[in-house]
Design a protein around this ligand. Structure first.
Ligand SMILES: Cc1cc2nc3c(=O)[nH]c(=O)nc-3n(C[C@H](O)[C@H](O)[C@H](O)COP(=O)(O)OP(=O)(O)OC[C@H]3O[C@@H](n4cnc5c(N)ncnc54)[C@H](O)[C@@H]3O)c2cc1C
Length: 411
């Protein structure tokens, strides 16, 4: 039987960030994962500017170290393609210069990015990393939790559990009462292709909202070595209501859509098409309790419009470390005290999650989406405003004001 004051379950970006921030504070923790790294994770592999900021908070040199990895590709923006085919190109940074500027985003297969973070964790003496340990049961015990692995050979008690074990976390479901709600959950598929034509020269990622696949989206994200991450996402509610077979739909789009038919003509599917869930942060939940906090996907924090979850997992991991330090200082692991964690996480994320929820609903009005994209594709000033909206939340607020659309439509 081992005892650790702080146990982090799951060494993805959320759990690894929590462990690294604790280590920065000189606080020991045990970090457990069922996988042995490097391990794959079904994802679009896009790392936003928020991920870069979080890396900087762990260690100011980390973004530069990441940019030296051969496994990553710097990305300078997003192409949104509306249902009528209007392309709205949004650079992450206005007037960027790829030769001189530090990139605001990257694309890196998760097998590499997650291993990059775990390698950092391995360097810290404060972190005890246990890989290849599949935790099969987590039970409430006197003053904390008792964790037992599948083989029964490892038993561990902890005063504070940081559950960062992803979208399928049974702890989140069974002990923390987080329900999987189809209107706040997305189903996603990812495939790796080699040789897709027409990728952006500055590695803009592509999000296509196709009229026969709404309210879902199809993406193509360029990767190093001539690869691309290709996938689809759709709200689980719609998948079950319309009985959508996502894999069939994705292959249909590639084989029959006039643009993709051409672009994929010489492309080769590498490996299997894999699926996984995206628990969306479109609803506030209670994400802590006596002796525990939920982090990342276990806490359902994925952006409902963009599907971005890596940065929010890292942000919640950082706040979990801050709260854990307070718990140790005050020797208070009660739900009342730990609630400070929920407040900190939603204080940082709720405004943008709420806004993204509204933007997600815009997909129910394809004509409005078409109008915005059509106007912006012809109007440089509007394109600039929308570009700035991605980094400036106050500007983004305008997207929820009806007057923004009225001015746009009648100007
Ligand atoms: C199809 C798809 C596309 C996506 N695209 C993007 C994107 O492009 N950009 C983006 O930012 N986000 C994207 N996301 C979301 C992103 O993948 C997640 O938000 C992110 O991985 C959350 O990190 P996490 O640390 O919370 O969980 P995870 O990364 O899932 O890590 C959880 C860890 O817990 C471990 N674990 C699980 N159960 C146990 C157990 N019983 N015992 C021990 N260990 C356990 C797992 O092995 C894993 O390592 C996408 C998701 C999907 C499904």
């Amino acid at each position: 039987m081992q005892h650790h004051d702080i146990c982090i379950l799951g060494a993805g970006p959320g759990g690894a960030s929590a462990a690294l921030h604790l280590a920065n504070k000189g606080i020991p923790s045990v970090l457990i994962d069922k996988a042995v790294f490097p391990r794959d994770k079904v994802c679009g592999d896009a790392l936003s500017g928020k991920v870069v900021s979080e890396l900087k908070r762990i260690c100011p040199d980390l973004p530069a170290v990441l940019s030296q990895q051969e496994s990553q590709l710097p990305s300078w923006g997003i192409h949104f393609v509306s249902p009528a085919g209007y392309k709205l190109s949004v650079p992450f940074k206005y007037n960027y210069n790829p030769e001189q500027d530090v990139p605001s985003g990257y694309i890196s297969k998760r097998v590499d990015f997650d291993n990059f973070l775990v390698e950092e964790a391995k360097k810290r003496p404060e972190i005890t990393l246990l890989e290849g340990i599949d935790v099969a049961s987590v039970e409430k015990a006197e003053g904390g939790y008792l964790l037992t692995d599948k083989s029964g050979s490892l038993q561990l008690t902890t005063r504070l559990l940081i559950a960062a074990n992803g979208a399928h976390s049974s702890f989140a479901r069974q002990q923390a009462g987080i329900k999987q709600e189809p209107e706040h959950y997305c189903a996603g598929l990812r495939a790796y292709y080699k040789g897709v034509q027409g990728l952006d020269k500055d590695n803009f990622i592509e999000l296509h909202f196709l009229k026969d696949f709404l309210p879902g989206y199809f993406w193509i994200f360029p990767l190093p070595g001539g690869y691309a991450n290709v996938g689809v996402g759709m709200l689980s509610e719609t998948v079950s209501q319309k009985k959508v077979n996502l894999k069939k739909e994705m292959l249909r789009i590639i084989a029959t859509h006039p643009e993709f038919q051409q672009r994929f003509a010489g492309a080769e599917l590498v490996g299997d098409i894999k699926g996984y869930g995206l628990p969306l942060g479109s609803r506030k939940r209670v994400i802590s309790g006596d002796n525990y906090m939920l982090v990342g996907d276990a806490a359902s924090l994925i952006d409902p419009f963009t599907g971005e979850g890596i940065s929010n997992a890292m942000i919640s991991g950082r706040w979990a470390a801050t709260q854990a330090e307070l718990c140790l200082q005050q020797q208070d692991f009660s739900a009342d005290f730990i609630q400070g964690y929920d407040k900190a996480v939603y204080n940082r994320l709720w405004k943008e999650l709420k806004l993204s929820r509204r933007m997600q609903r815009l997909l129910n009005y394809p004509w409005l989406f078409n109008q915005v994209a059509s106007k912006a594709s012809k109007n440089q000033a509007l394109a600039e405003t929308i570009s700035c909206m991605f980094t400036d939340l106050d500007l983004r607020e305008r997207l929820k004001q009806p007057s923004f659309y009225l001015r746009l439509l009648f100007n």
